[in-house]
Write a protein that binds this ligand. Structure first.
Ligand SMILES: [Zn+2]
Length: 400
């Protein structure tokens, strides 16, 4: 069985070892060593990557009791090799993982919330709690976790041969994972958290750096918190600061006034939209009256086929409805930049507008549809649009 050196020293990033076995697999070669510093994909976090001799190791997995390193080329069994993991990657993951212990302890201590899930990716980590927390509670939890981290308390691991030995130790566990096979490994933070865990951790809480919760989402009756520790938290803060500064610059104001500047403009925009809606409503009443005068009575049906400029789809539909009479058909087109929008609307006649829209799509080379008394669509504007409109008008006059 491979000796797992990460249990002895989490900051040991290299070692000498001997290749025990090597077998080809779909993605490369699975290499087993007599000892290793590689931590596998386990416990919701990604494995270490690195090198064994001159072979690159892209993954490491546990199969039964074996640790298998996925290498890009074979290594001869019996060969002595130098083993080296990506130290930056390992340290970053240990920061997130140990941060998760502290955040979980704070949630438990402050709100009696239990950690029921953890996932660590290479750019974020999530922690699931079994009860919902308000934003203020999350902030309290975050503050306490940072205060605890600043104490630079020792993080230690201890193994117990039996459950009885663990019980006799007097350690109060925040969490005891189920189905563990002895020895039971307990990771403790001096003065706060203790729980069962199999992963490597930083040695003192100061090494976690800053802990920052950046997302809160309801999840399975509780909450899923997305958080960042250490350099991840710093890079996130830099990114957010740059974004706010860019917003502030666009308003010609300072960072501290950016939010109020956005709120003020949002309010002004909302008022402007309201005034614009009222102005368009008055304008469209007038346009509808003029359009109604252009309708032709074809076999007892009022038929209107007209093209407008810069009227969006919503206004086009409203205009079509405003021009409706007891028995009517209306085909309105509008050009905005290089796009033609159309609406087909009817009242008191048998034709299905969805069927008629197929003819319009064919004529314009566009797309759209509908059913019953309403259909709509759009196309790219072509140079011969006026001729196409005349053809469509003629077609509608024939079939209505
Ligand atoms: Zn842990």
């Amino acid at each position: 069985m491979t000796e797992r050196l990460y249990f002895l020293d989490s900051m040991l990033f290299s070692c000498d070892a001997t290749v025990i076995s090597c077998a080809p697999c779909e993605k490369g070669f699975l290499v087993e060593l007599d000892r290793t510093v590689f931590f596998p994909n386990k416990g919701g976090q990604p494995c270490d990557t690195g090198v064994i001799g001159d072979a690159a190791v892209s993954s490491c997995d546990e199969q039964n009791d074996r640790l298998l390193h996925l290498c890009n080329h074979p290594l001869e069994p019996g060969t002595p090799v130098k083993v080296q993991i990506d130290a930056d990657r390992r340290f970053d993951i240990m920061q997130q993982h140990t941060g998760e212990h502290l955040l979980s302890w704070c949630a438990w201590k402050l709100f009696d919330a239990t950690n029921v899930g953890f996932h660590c990716a290479l750019d974020y980590a999530t922690l699931d709690l079994d009860k919902p927390l308000s934003h203020d509670q999350v902030l309290q939890m975050e503050c306490l976790a940072n205060r605890e981290a600043a104490k630079n308390a020792a993080v230690t691991a201890k193994e117990f041969e039996t459950e009885d030995a663990l019980a006799a130790s007097g350690i109060v566990l925040r969490k005891h994972a189920e189905g563990l096979i002895a020895p039971i490994r307990v990771v403790s933070i001096e003065g706060s958290d203790s729980c069962t865990c199999c992963a490597p951790h930083v040695k003192r809480t100061g090494e976690i750096g800053q802990l920052k919760v950046i997302g809160e989402l309801p999840y399975k009756g509780g909450v899923r918190l997305t958080f960042l520790c250490g350099m991840r938290a710093l890079l996130h803060a830099q990114h957010i600061q740059d974004a706010i500064d860019a917003i502030a610059l666009s308003f010609s104001t300072g960072r501290d006034n950016a939010v109020s500047a956005v709120e003020k403009q949002t309010s002004e925009l909302s008022e402007t939209k309201k005034v614009l809606r009222q102005a368009y409503a008055a304008l469209d009443e007038s346009i509808a009256k003029e359009l109604a005068k252009k309708a032709e009575i074809i076999r007892g049906v009022s038929v209107l086929v007209e093209a407008l400029d810069h009227v969006d789809m919503k206004r086009l539909r409203a205009l079509a409805l405003k021009t409706a009479s007891k028995k009517s058909f209306c085909a309105l087109f509008s050009t905005i930049d290089d796009t033609i929008y159309y609406v087909l609307s009817s009242n008191g006649i048998q034709h299905d507008m969805g069927e008629l829209s197929k003819a319009v799509n064919l004529a314009l080379g566009g797309k759209g549809g509908g059913r019953g008394s309403l259909a709509q669509g759009s196309s790219v504007k072509k140079n011969d649009f006026n001729e196409t409109l005349d053809q469509l008008r003629h077609y509608f006059y024939q079939i209505i």
